[in-house]
Ligand binder design. Structure first.
Ligand code: ATP
Length: 395
């Protein structure tokens, strides 16, 4: 009887390992780094881009003529948030399996990065007016309903969530489905602002965080890690950090994010039967907008911010370029952003990049620059990702 049980357990573990390897192989064949293009909706003018197929877009060139550009998927202005997430969903399972996964939104200021990652933000005034009207309408007894409605209106992100919330929902669900594994999930949230890393989960902005290396891993030292269990707990952490983010008005976007946002979820698993351990991370990155200083009319603090943003984005471009050319040295340390992401970019991880662009003709030169950046990343052929597993934990 005992031998029979051991046999079944061994068979089960073998099959489980084979499933993970097979799944990873499928992901690798599709590419460890995938680039998607999203063109935002903008009612201020017609869309200057065309979409001949799901993977192609045609852009007018500045000097005349057009250019056909290909991505893993091109999402037009009417694409829904759930469609945007559908291509990214499969790599979330890789994180649960013990790989580092990184999802990045890149693009010009106001091109829809935060919309893609977080979801729409209902402006405070708009939200207040709508909530007030609903409160009045509901004053005759349905207070509870009115309060619920108010909460939903204030946070449009709950109604039409972006990649971040959908990724969290998927991750929590996948962990729950694996009854044979005990998972410990922690969340941290940081921003890189003016080449300094700030912990968004602590209120003080007096101290900055530094990056360290230990046991072959690069990590942000001292970043607060919050133990979380449910989807709602992760959303609460996200909202807490989001409130502390540096936001400023630029001429291109009144709610412009002036920092790079890094939301990291670490998933540690211990298989109850084999005691094998895994550790994967899911890093969700909403980059600050790339912008031409002249166009945004930046001065003073905004100018300093713009210079720091452009410097770190160009460092990110250099990292992708080095990876694309298989260079022996990848300059991760050229900026705080790339240094903090070094474990999540490169051969050891799986990355999805959304290049966000505007549909308007007035933004064509930035759109072309963004698309070129995305094309550069597409050239990268990353080696097989390494799964982070550990020996069985002692009983
Ligand atoms: N696909 C979309 N559909 C409708 N509205 C959108 C879409 N994408 C963006 N917007 C709207 O455009 C505005 C700018 O978007 P968002 O703040 O996401 O840009 P961003 O790229 O994050 O800008 P920044 O780099 O300045 O932070 C917001 O009001 C947002 O609601």
């Amino acid at each position: 009887m005992r031998i029979q049980l051991q046999d079944i357990t061994a068979k089960y573990l073998k099959e489980q390992t084979q499933r993970k390897l097979l799944y990873n192989k499928v992901q690798e064949l599709r590419g460890n780094i995938r680039v998607f293009c999203r063109v935002r909706q903008d009612t201020r003018g017609p869309c200057a881009l065309q979409f001949p197929s799901a993977t192609e877009l045609v852009v007018p060139k500045l000097q005349g003529g057009t250019e056909l550009i290909e991505f893993e998927h091109c999402y037009g202005p009417n694409s829904k948030q759930e469609t945007i997430f559908s291509d990214t969903r499969p790599i979330i399972l890789s994180c649960v399996d013990g790989y580092n996964v990184c999802i990045i939104a890149y693009g010009q200021t106001g091109s829809g990065k935060t919309y893609t990652m977080m979801g729409p933000l209902v402006s405070n005034v708009h939200a207040f007016i709508r909530a007030y009207v609903h409160m009045c309408v509901c004053a005759c007894g349905c207070v509870r309903w009115a309060v619920d409605l108010h909460d939903r209106v204030v946070n449009g992100r709950q109604d039409n969530p972006g990649v971040n919330r959908r990724a969290v929902t998927e991750l929590v669900q996948l962990c729950a489905e694996r009854e044979e594994v005990d998972y410990e999930i922690t969340a941290s949230m940081m921003e890189v602002y003016n080449e300094h890393i700030y912990d968004l989960l602590t209120e003080s902005r007096e101290s900055t965080l530094s990056i360290r290396q230990a046991a072959g891993r690069t990590f942000v030292d001292g970043a607060k890690e919050v133990r979380v269990q449910t989807q709602q707990e992760i959303f609460d952490v996200m909202e807490m950090g989001d409130r502390n983010r540096s936001v400023g008005a630029t001429q291109m976007n009144t709610d412009s994010s002036r920092s790079h946002l890094l939301f990291r979820i670490t998933v540690k698993g211990v298989n109850k039967i084999s005691k094998q351990t895994t550790q994967g991370t899911l890093t969700l990155v909403d980059l600050a907008g790339s912008e031409r200083v002249s166009k945004t009319d930046a001065s003073g603090d905004r100018l300093v911010e713009a210079a720091a943003i452009n410097k770190s984005l160009s460092a990110l471009g250099q990292v992708f370029k080095a990876l694309a050319s298989n260079a022996p040295h990848v300059p991760y340390r050229n900026s705080k952003l790339t240094h903090a992401l070094s474990d999540s970019l490169g051969g050891d991880s799986k990355t999805a990049v959304f290049v966000n662009v505007s549909p308007l003709e007035t933004n064509l030169s930035e759109t072309l620059m963004t698309l070129k950046f995305g094309q550069g990343i597409r050239k990268i052929e990353l080696g097989p990702a390494k799964r982070k597993t550990g020996p069985p934990k002692p009983k």
